[in-house]
Every structure is written in C-alpha cells, then in structure tokens.
Write a protein that binds this ligand. Structure first.
Ligand SMILES: Nc1nc2c(ncn2[C@@H]2O[C@H](COP(=O)(O)OP(=O)(O)O)[C@@H](O)[C@H]2O)c(=O)[nH]1
Ligand SMILES: [Mg+2]
Length: 304
C-alpha cells in the first residue's frame, strides 16, 4: 500500500493511519513528513478554544456542515486532555459529530498526553497530513482554561474563543491573555438565560483589544447563528490569505528551533549520563557537599 498516494486521494483509512504514525512513531513520522512537507502550509487553520462543556464539539459539527456547503472541505482535530483517562469524551464527540462526517468532514481526536512538546509536534504534522489529503480549513478544538488557550493561538491562523452562560463564565474569570488571542468571541448556548448579559460584558471587555475582534452569539443546539458564524469564518479565511505566508514562516522558525533545542537537550542528557565529571559533581550534590545551583553552574561552564 502506498500511503502517500492514498493520502493524496483523501483515503480516510490512510489519513487515520498517517496521523497515528505522526503521533506515535518518530521514525515513520520523519519519513512521512519528508514526503509531504513541500506543499504544506497553505490550508487555513482555525483554533476553537474554551472551557470543557462550552459546546465546542457541537458547534464545530454544525459549523463544518455550513462550511462544506460554502465549498470548503473541513477537517477537525480535537485535542482532548480527558480522552486518555476515560475515552468517554472521544466517544461523545464521535457520536455528536457523525452528522458532519456525512457532509464530508474528517474528524479525529488526539489525546493531549505526554509532554507539551510532543503534542505540538504531533499536531503540526497531523495538520500537514490533513492538508496533503486536501482539507481546508483544518479546525483544531482545544480545551483551555488558561495557558493552553494562548498556546493554540500560536499554532493556528484564526482563533475562536467560546464562552457560555452555563459554566459561570463571567468577566472576572476571563483571563487577561484571552483578550489578545481571539479573532471571534462566541457566546454559545444563547438559548440559555444569561447569554445576553454575558454577550454585553464580553463585548465591553474585548473592546479594549487592539485587534477589534467580532463578538457573536450562537446556539449550537438549536442551530441559531451558525450560518452567520460560518460566513464570518469565510470572510476571515479570505482575509488570511495575505498574511498566511508570513505566519507560516514564523511558525517554521519556531518549529525548527524547537526541534533543534530538543535534539540538543537529548544529546547533552546522554553526555551527562556517561560523563565522569558529571558523576563527580552529582556525588557532591547527593552528599549535600555542594548545592545543585553551584554544581550546575560549574558544569555548564565546562560545556562550550
Ligand atoms: N443548551 C445548549 N446546550 C448546548 C449547546 N451547545 C452544546 N450544548 C450541550 O453542551 C454539552 C457539551 O457540549 P460539547 O459540544 O461536548 O462541549 P465541548 O466540551 O466544548 O466540546 C452537550 O450536552 C451539548 O449538547 C447550546 O447551544 N445550547
Ligand atoms: Mg469537545
């Protein structure tokens, strides 16, 4: 079986296999990326972030149907921190998302296990696989209650922040960093009480941002505001075309540094393990004859 050829044809089993490879098998991942890298970096990536239960998956399900009607071929990567514990979230998403799958959307859950670096590595290469298979846009669902939200906005072209009146979101709990990352702020679950109030306060709060983002209301459950949201996304995707190349270049800069730093870290770690000088300092620290800062400073000076 020729994986690359099957990917090019958008074969779903090949896509699933390729994403598993980039998630789990470093050697295979490298050889695959070598084959698909050249044409990568053109599909628009949309990050949808917000607290668990905000309705992100439901929203993405409905929105991707609208996007596909507008001529797009949407793929979804859901990064799910709970999936490795219960598996329940994945199943729930799969069930909810079958509708959009029928409309041509490809959906895949990724566990956010392992080091942060490993997750972003798998994510970047999964995006490449989906892009190679003809998908545009690629939507990334991520739960975030702080730092993670900021991280996802670095990986994607367009960031959507989802709030809802259900989880007790209010202005006090909305982190300051959030005002900078969103291109659209969505108040989902507009069918619930408190939605209007939240909309007003988010708009006031977001008004301080330089980006001048849009604030919208949706009800994913009763399909309200979804067409408008999809249209707005289309607009944003069109306007991204100009800045896409620059963003891709900045991301490649970060990625290359990431990989190099990681390689260097592993190399140095191996060196230390077999170094008699390190063993000597370690003994001193273990005997409490020297503190770890001093030992590390002395050793770092030896590395040139
Ligand atoms: N009332 C209401 N419930 C919603 C809406 N959107 C999603 N939900 C429900 O909220 C729960 C969490 O939805 P889900 O999409 O899994 O949220 P996620 O964790 O952000 O992906 C589910 O029970 C959904 O049916 C909405 O617009 N209104
Ligand atoms: Mg979800």
């Amino acid at each position: 079986m020729d994986l690359v050829k099957d990917l090019k044809q958008g074969n779903r089993r090949a896509i699933a296999r390729a994403i598993s490879l980039v998630e789990n098998d470093e050697k295979e991942a490298k050889s695959l990326v070598k084959k698909i890298f050249k044409s990568s970096g053109k599909s628009i990536t949309i990050g949808i972030t917000g607290p668990a239960g905000a309705g992100k998956s439901t929203l993405i399900n409905k929105t991707s149907i609208e996007l596909n009607k507008l001529g797009y071929k949407t793929a979804v990567l859901a990064i799910d921190p709970t999936s490795h514990i219960t598996g329940g979230a994945i199943l729930g998403d799969r069930v909810r998302m079958t509708e959009s799958t029928d409309s041509g959307t490809y959906i895949r859950s990724m566990a956010s296990r392992g080091a942060t670096g490993a997750v972003s590595l798998a994510l970047r290469n999964s995006i490449r696989v989906l892009e190679f298979s003809g998908f545009n846009p690629i939507i990334i669902e991520s739960v975030g209650a702080g730092q993670t939200e900021v991280d996802i906005s670095r990986v994607v072209d367009v960031t959507i922040v989802v709030f809802n009146p259900n989880t007790g979101d209010n202005i006090q709990t909305i982190k300051a960093g959030l005002t900078e990352i969103g291109d659209i702020y969505l108040i989902n679950k507009s069918d619930l009480s408190g939605a209007n109030q939240l909309f007003d306060s988010v708009r006031d709060f977001i008004g301080m941002s330089e980006k001048n983002p849009t604030v919208m209301m949706t009800s994913a459950k009763s399909n309200k505001g979804i067409t408008e949201f999809a249209k707005k996304l289309k607009e944003l995707m069109e306007s991204q075309k100009k800045s896409k190349k620059q963003k891709e270049e900045a991301r490649l800069d970060a990625e290359l540094k990431d990989i190099i730093l990681n390689n260097v870290k592993n190399k140095v770690s191996n060196m230390l393990d077999s170094s008699s000088v390190y063993a000597k300092y370690l003994k001193k620290v273990q005997k409490k004859d020297m503190d770890p800062f001093e030992a590390a400073d002395k050793m770092s000076k030896l590395l040139k």
